[in-house]
Each structure stands twice: as C-alpha cells, then as structure tokens.
Design a protein around this ligand. Structure first.
Ligand code: PRP
Length: 217
C-alpha cells in the first residue's frame, strides 16, 4: 500500500497512553497536537509521518483494531485476554506491569483447595471463567462488577475476586490477600491482521525501532 495512507493508533486513555507517547517520542514519533491538555479534539495527526492517534476506553481498543478502524493499538494484556478479539499481539512494551490474581480473605484458600462451588466477583468475567473452568476444572458462579471489586468479599457478595494486583496495597488495606496467581500482565501492542499484511514494512520497522529502544533501556 502507498505511503500516503495514514497509519492509525488507538491508545488506551490514561497512564498507558502517556507512557506510549513517551516511548514513541524516543524513537522520533511525536504528536504535538496531543500535548494540549485543554483540547477537546478526539483525533490527532502527525501530517509529516502520516500517523493518526486517538484515545479510547481500554476495552474498546481491541474492538477498533479488530475492525481495522485503527491499525495499531496499545492496551493492557488483561483487556486483550478479556476481549478476545481477532488481533495480533506483536510486542510487550514492558510497562504497566501487574498480575491477574484470585484474591480474597485468607479463609477462602480452603474453598479453593477443595474445589467448592464458590462465588467469584470480577471486572474480567471471561478471564475468571477461563481460569476456573478450563484451567482448574472448578465450577464457580461468576458475578460481573465494574470496579472496586475488592468490595465483593467484604460485603459478602462473593467468596473471592479475580482482579489486577499491582502494588498489593488495595488488598492489604482491606484485609485481603493473593490466593492464586493467574498470569502476569503488561502493556502490549496489537495490530489488525489485514494491516499487518498491507502495511508490513511500516509496521515491522516501527515494531523493530520500539523493540531496540526497549532493549537498550
Ligand atoms: C485496580 C485494580 C485494583 C487495584 C490494584 O483498580 O482493580 O483494585 O487497581 O492496585 P494495587 O495492587 O496497586 O492496590 P483501579 O484503581 O483501576 O480501579 P477500579 O477498582 O475502579 O477498577
């Protein structure tokens, strides 16, 4: 495909987007427009490099990339696993490191050990389902929450939670602990499968530049 086509990035709003822009800047890709915090614009363009950027809610990033509305996306591995979209994961960006864990009060360890039919609250019902049903072969009831998931065991909505643990301080402050670790997480770069074929050279060279930068860091 010709070089005058824009390559579009979907970035997960917040800390991951800032980290991604910092990293892109280190390899000479800047987007001045995006630095204006007062701007209400949704799409930012670097005309010279023929790049477009937009910010979206994390779970929408794989959706934009699967449908080709964005060629490239940057989002946490938690979201990629939960959304399970048809996208290629091409790079571990190394930041946003945390863990997906089963957590709860210490007494819940016994329930896990004996494969009891427990209630599991999570913002990530698909990850929770996959872990308990396919990996542990344990039948559980999954309750979807949208945030402050640690409340689940505290108000006896659930026995345990499946959630992200970064520093562990939210758990600690609420008398909860990690009971089982599901998987490590970090920010990943994903690519639309068609873009991968049509824009192979541009995407490959971008991925290589970032990889080299990360290796040197
Ligand atoms: C996330 C996660 C935990 C917390 C973990 O929540 O769901 O609650 O951070 O971080 P820690 O181990 O460093 O304490 P977030 O702040 O994104 O808000 P949410 O609870 O509304 O999802």
């Amino acid at each position: 495909m010709s070089d005058d086509r824009y390559l579009t990035f979907a970035l997960c709003k917040g800390r991951l987007a800032s980290k991604t822009l910092e990293l892109l800047e280190q390899i000479g890709i800047t987007c001045e427009e995006m630095k204006d915090k007062n701007s209400r614009k949704l799409i930012f363009v670097n005309e010279e490099l023929k790049l477009r950027f937009f910010l979206s809610k994390g779970p929408d990033v794989p959706t934009y990339v699967e449908y080709g509305a964005a060629d490239i996306g940057v989002v946490g591995r938690d979201t990629i696993l939960e959304e399970n979209r048809n996208v290629f994961e091409v790079l571990d960006l190394g930041f946003g490191k945390c863990r997906m864990c089963v957590c709860g009060p210490g007494r819940a360890a016994e329930l896990l050990l004996h494969h009891e039919r427990i209630r599991v609250a999570s913002k990530y019902p698909n990850i929770a389902k996959d872990y308990f049903y396919n990996k542990k072969h344990q039948t559980v009831d999954i309750i979807k929450l949208n945030g402050s998931v640690e409340l689940g065991p505290l108000v006896e909505l659930s026995d345990v939670i499946v959630d992200i643990v970064e520093t562990g301080s939210t758990l600690k402050e609420n008398g909860l602990q990690v009971l089982e670790e599901i998987c490590p997480l970090s920010a990943r770069m994903i690519v639309n499968p068609v873009s991968m074929q049509m824009e192979t050279e541009r995407i490959k060279s971008l991925v290589n530049d970032i990889r080299k930068k990360l290796e040197r860091a």
